[in-house]
Design a protein around this ligand. Structure first.
Ligand SMILES: Nc1nc2c(ncn2[C@@H]2O[C@H](COP(=O)(O)OP(=O)(O)OP(=O)(O)O)[C@@H](O)[C@H]2O)c(=O)[nH]1
Ligand SMILES: [Mg+2]
Length: 531
């Protein structure tokens, strides 16, 4: 049985699920009204399917005086509805039931309390025919009743007359928005007895042309007269066919799903290839704004600074203490990894850096949104900026944690520092020794024995050797410290780049690709719903 399934493609069930999914994904992106409409369709479909699918609800709709009630009576075979001369006549919908057993819940759902059982010979078993008020009424309640039921019924029979068949109210408010419902629609040109045969032909042709313009080319158009009975067998035949197929309810829901999906998709419904955001440029701009070059420079300088303070010649090394430490000045002084919690005092980005960062972020959004239709493009652009407020803090944390290790002191500093002291002590010893010898000579006292190294007296060796060694060690240490500082700066630069890259990915690129994924899922769901 292919009753509930189309020949191919997804089932009505799958399409309804897809429509609901598309509505969920469109939440907050597309106008709330469209999202709500899609949800209503899905809800209505669920309700209609839970009610009798053996009955087909057909409604006679049209302008006042077109002859809806007259046709209703003619089809029912007796005068159930009042046909009046004062307009409008019908104010609430009423139903005629052909074998209405089991249709009670359906009519309760339709909220049509006025019902008649038709004891026909069983030519239309399962038909629930509704006579509606006029859609173009001066009475608001009539219009509301029509609008409500036009949404719910399985089959729409539009009754028009030769005077008003071209009314804009009918075509613009009802037929055009229902252009996907041609399979569940019939148009009857009533009162054809008022026209000559050629006039009727011309009128029908014009009506067909208008329907074509409405996008309803395939809709059956019948000429009929409730008064003479002309065309009624054809109308009855058409209803019989639809009622016996018991498919109209599903076709109606299917058309509803297509319409809601088309409205959701709006102008841009093609699958879109999104542009690739320039991540490298973003990282560069964020790095600059976070003061990374400044920090990297400070890491190198601080390393040399501290090395000199630790390994320099003791005579001059204390002077270093009075010079500010470049890293401490940036508030990155801690020696252990990851213990910094507060903000660093890296200077905030300059106006130029800030502008560059903002441009880079905006460009990420623009690039990703380039081929997207508008409400979605705006959502993607917004996603790129969604974490603007957290960005500065996150970048600062990267600077604080990733550069914390840069303050660690290499072990050789302490060794060389100790050595420097020993060399210094030797120098001092030499100096004191020589001074003692000088005083003894001055006082003309006998010289104590003087050990020598290859004829050079020891105190001289100690004094001069110590001084030269001290300066030499200081010089070599400085070169080593400079190289070490550069190495450390490179390492920190890499760690910072990775950290900034991660922050950019998490706070800028991540939300953008999430939004793009959402759009992709949305178009996929719509594709299923529309098929
Ligand atoms: N000549 C002619 N008159 C008709 C025909 N059908 C209906 N009428 C007349 O047109 C007038 C309006 O008919 P109704 O059936 O009350 O029209 P309606 O569409 O139900 O109108 P409302 O209930 O006001 O929306 C009545 O006077 C009918 O007698 C027809 O086929 N030919
Ligand atoms: Mg009426």
């Amino acid at each position: 049985m292919k009753l509930l399934r189309r020949k191919e493609g997804p089932s009505l069930d799958d399409r309804l699920t897809a429509l609901l999914e598309a509505a969920r994904l469109a939440e907050g992106r597309l106008p709330q009204e469209l999202v709500a409409q899609a949800r209503e369709v899905s809800e209505r479909a669920g309700e209609r399917r839970s009610l009798s699918v053996d009955h087909t609800v057909a409604a006679l709709a049209g302008a006042t005086g077109s002859g809806k009630s007259s046709l209703f009576n003619a089809l029912a075979g007796r005068d159930l509805a009042a046909v009046g001369v004062t307009r409008p006549t019908t104010s609430t919908a009423q139903a005629a039931l052909w074998d209405g057993e089991g249709a009670g819940a359906l009519l309760t759902w339709l909220d049509v309390p006025h019902r008649h059982e038709v004891e026909a010979e069983g030519d239309l078993p399962g038909l629930v025919l509704l006579d509606l008020p006029d859609h173009d009424s001066i009475e608001l309640t009539h219009r509301l009743e029509v609008d409500r039921l036009v949404e719910l019924v399985d089959l729409l029979v539009w009754v028009v007359d030769p005077q008003k068949y071209a009314d804009a109210a009918l075509h613009e408010r009802y037929l055009r928005p229902l252009s996907r419902h041609s399979e569940v629609m019939v148009v009857v040109l009533n009162q054809i007895d008022r026209l000559s045969a050629t006039q009727a032909e011309r009128c029908l042709a014009d009506l067909r042309r208008l329907l074509e313009e409405d996008g309803l080319a395939g809709v059956p158009v019948l000429g009929a007269s409730a008064r003479t009975g002309k065309g009624l067998p054809e109308l009855r035949g058409l209803l019989e066919e639809r009622v016996s197929r018991r498919r109209s309810w599903a076709e109606r829901l299917s058309a509803d799903v297509s319409t809601a999906a088309a409205r959701l998709s709006g102008a841009g419904d093609e699958a879109v290839s999104a542009g690739t955001p320039d991540g490298a440029r973003l990282t560069r701009a964020l790095s600059e704004a976070a003061g990374v070059p400044l920090v990297v420079d400070a890491v190198a300088k601080a390393h040399t600074h501290r090395a000199v303070a630790a390994t320099g010649w003791p005579m001059t090394r204390w002077m270093r203490r009075f010079r500010p430490d470049p890293l401490r000045r940036l508030g990155i002084a801690s020696g252990t990894r990851g213990e910094i919690v507060g903000r660093t005092s890296v200077p905030p980005p300059s106006a130029v850096q800030k502008a560059r960062m903002e441009t880079a972020i905006r460009d990420v959004g623009e690039a990703a949104a380039r081929d997207l239709p508008e409400p979605w493009a705006a959502a993607v652009r917004h996603a790129a900026r969604s974490h603007d407020d957290d960005l500065a803090g996150a970048l600062d944390r990267v600077v604080a944690t990733k550069s914390a290790g840069a303050a660690r002191r290499p072990r050789w500093w302490a060794l060389i520092g100790g050595l420097q002291w020993m060399v210094f002590a030797a120098t001092v010893l030499g100096a004191v020794w020589l001074s003692v010898l000088f005083v003894l000579t001055y006082l003309r006292l006998p010289d104590p024995p003087l050990p020598t190294v290859v004829e050079v007296p020891w105190p001289t060796v100690l004094l001069i050797g110590g001084a030269v060694a001290g300066v030499l060690i200081a010089l070599l240490s400085r070169i080593a410290a400079w190289a070490g500082g550069r190495r450390r700066a490179r390492k920190v630069a890499k760690a910072l780049r990775e950290g900034v890259d991660e922050v950019g990915g998490r706070l800028v690129l991540g939300p953008v690709s999430e939004e793009l994924d959402r759009y992709r899922s949305f178009t996929e769901a719509l594709g299923v719903a529309r098929s």
